[in-house]
Design a protein around this ligand. Structure first.
Ligand code: SF4
Length: 258
């Protein structure tokens, strides 16, 4: 954001230095969201003790949640930290919930077994986004949307994220269209891990969370679409891919064919 404000291409800066010492035009800069300022105002009015009386030991106060998806009462809710996912679902009248995506596409996908987990820094930390998917949803379609989203969002600065998000999108697409095999699922796990550990910034490091989470917690959404009769199906036709090169170079000799 600060790079963009300075008229440069919006790629992440190396840190340190942090914006608080060298931010916009190398001056100390505060980058906070509106929720933080709103809570600071409340603390100024009511005092720190009143604020700290709400929430949990490590997560004081309240949290704004932006709830969307399959529920009767979507909207912005304020809960004390420590509220369970189940209580959140009850408050917004969500029925027959299959999965809850916390913190947006880059966040955590919770299965029904985890609905007693708490919204708090010590358990399920969140920026505030809660997406609810009921059992009528095709969860792999959700994964597919997220995978396309990250290809678009990757700024292209570093290879693991630029290439990895595209590879993952292609593999999800392959499984979604019933051409995937067990090997493709292994590749997805491996590439997810590479993104997590080798990407330059938080976007790439979290861009495969939805795939890693759903592979682990909802393996059936992948397995039911796999090709059962094949261990491997190529992702593309190599011979037709070579045809362009043969045309450009004018080669027709035996070595130019597979
Ligand atoms: S991880 Fe992705 S978004 Fe971040 S710098 Fe690398 S390419 Fe850009």
């Amino acid at each position: 954001m600060i790079e963009s404000l300075e008229g440069k291409r919006g790629v992440p800066r190396n840190r340190p230095p942090f914006p608080v010492t060298q931010g916009y035009l190398n001056k100390p800069t505060v980058v906070n969201n509106v929720e933080t300022f709103a809570l600071a105002a409340r603390i100024a009015v009511y005092g720190g003790d009143g604020f700290a009386a709400l929430g949990t030991k490590q997560s004081k106060g309240t949290k704004l949640l932006s709830i969307s998806g399959d529920c009767l009462r979507p909207g912005i809710y304020e809960f004390p930290f420590g509220v369970s996912v189940r209580e959140v679902l009850e408050a917004c009248n969500a029925q027959d919930t299959q999965a809850v995506q916390i913190s947006g596409a880059a966040g955590t996908c919770l299965s029904a077994k985890e609905f007693d987990r708490k919204i708090a820094f010590e358990d399920v930390a969140t920026g505030g986004s809660v997406m609810i998917f009921n059992r009528q949803r095709d969860l792999l379609e959700v994964v597919r949307n997220f995978a396309h989203f990250f290809v678009h969002e990757s700024c292209g600065f570093c290879t693991p994220c630029r290439v990895g998000t595209s590879l993952l999108k292609n593999l999800v697409e392959k499984v979604y269209t019933n051409h995937g095999t067990a090997d493709d699922l292994k590749d997805m796990s491996y590439i997810s891990q590479v993104l997590k550990t080798a990407s330059h910034c938080g976007l790439g490091q979290t861009a495969s969370n939805h795939i890693a989470d759903t592979l682990k917690k909802f393996p059936e959404i992948y397995h039911k679409r796999l090709l059962v009769e094949a261990n491997f199906e190529p992702a593309f036709d190599l011979d037709s891919a070579l045809e362009d090169a043969r045309q450009i170079t004018g080669r027709k000799d035996e070595m130019a064919y597979l």
